[in-house]
Ligand binder design. Structure first.
Ligand SMILES: C[S@@+](CC[C@H](N)C(=O)[O-])C[C@H]1O[C@@H](n2cnc3c(N)ncnc32)[C@H](O)[C@@H]1O
Length: 226
C-alpha cells in the first residue's frame, strides 16, 4: 500500500471517519444520492453493485437505504476501515458482502454498476489504470461507474486543495493552516487534471465519461462500461 494510505490502516486514526467525512466533503450526502440516481439509470431494480474502497461504509449505507432491491459487494484493503463499514451497514448485512483487499480480490461478477468514491486520488496513474480496468472487467457492458475524488481542476491544485481544507475546517477564510495542509496534500497525492481523468477512464474501457459533481478540488464522473 502507498505511504499516503497508511493512516487508513491505523484504527485510532480512522476512529472518527464516519463523523468527520460528511463535514469535510462538500455535499457528501447529495453526492451519495446522485451516485444512486446515476447507477439506477442503467441498473435493474434487483442489482448487484460493486463498491471499491468501501471502508467506512458511508456510500454503502446511503445506497442500501435508497434502493431496497440492491445488494452490494464492498472491498477495501484496510481492515480498520472495513470494521467501521461493518458497523455502518449493520442494518443491511443481508445485502452487503465486505471483502478485505483491492478490486483484484473481488469475484468476476459481473456487476450491474460500480462505485469508487474518495479513493482514486491516493493511487498513482498506473495503479489507478489497473484498478479502473479491473472494475471494468467485472461489470456488465452498458452499466455505470461513478467515481469522485480530489483532482487538480486547472493545474493549480494547491489553491483548490486549500479551499477544500478550509471547508473541512468549517471556517470561511483560507488560513495558513489550510495552505499548509494543501501543500502537504499536493505533494503526496498524485492528482490528475479533469482531462487526464477522462482519458484514463477511456483507456480503462469506459465510454462517455461525464462530469456530474464539482466542489472545490473534488470532481465526480459517471462513465459507462463499454
Ligand atoms: C478516504 S477513504 C474513502 C472511503 C469511502 N469510499 C468513502 O467515500 O467514505 C479511502 C479508502 O480507500 C481505501 N484504499 C486504499 N487503497 C485502495 C485500493 N488500491 N483499492 C481500493 N481501496 C483502496 C483505503 O483503505 C480507504 O478505506
Amino acid at each position: 500500500m502507498a505511504a499516503n494510505l497508511s493512516p487508513f490502516m491505523n484504527p485510532a486514526a480512522v476512529a472518527t471517519y464516519t463523523h468527520d467525512t460528511p463535514r469535510k466533503v462538500p455535499g457528501l450526502a447529495d453526492l451519495h444520492r446522485m451516485t444512486a440516481i446515476l447507477l439506477a439509470e442503467r441498473a435493474p431494480a434487483a442489482a448487484h453493485i460493486l463498491v471499491v474502497g468501501a471502508g467506512g461504509g458511508l456510500e454503502l449505507k446511503a445506497m442500501a437505504e435508497a434502493v431496497p432491491g440492491w445488494c452490494f459487494t464492498g472491498v477495501d484493503p484496510s481492515s480498520a476501515m472495513l470494521d467501521i463499514a461493518r458497523e455502518t451497514v449493520a442494518s443491511y448485512t443481508d445485502r452487503t458482502t465486505l471483502l478485505l483487499g483491492t478490486v483484484d480480490q473481488v469475484p468476476r461478477g459481473p456487476f450491474d454498476g460500480a462505485v469508487c468514491l474518495l479513493t482514486l486520488h491516493f493511487l498513482d496513474r498506473s495503479e489507478r489504470l489497473h484498478t479502473l480496468r479491473e472494475i471494468r472487467g467485472r461489470m456488465k457492458p452498458g452499466r455505470a461507474l461513478v467515481i469522485a475524488h480530489h483532482t487538480s481542476p486547472d493545474g493549480n491544485s494547491e489553491a483548490w486543495l486549500a479551499r477544500s481544507a478550509t471547508f473541512a475546517d468549517q471556517t470561511v477564510s483560507n488560513t495558513q493552516k489550510s495552505a499548509n495542509s494543501a501543500k502537504a496534500m499536493a505533494e503526496r497525492l498524485p492528482l490528475l487534471t479533469p482531462a487526464e481523468e477522462e482519458a484514463l477512464l477511456l483507456e480503462a474501457g469506459f465510454i462517455e465519461p461525464k462530469l456530474f459533481y464539482a466542489a472545490f478540488s473534488f470532481r465526480g464522473w459517471v462513465a459507462i462500461a463499454s
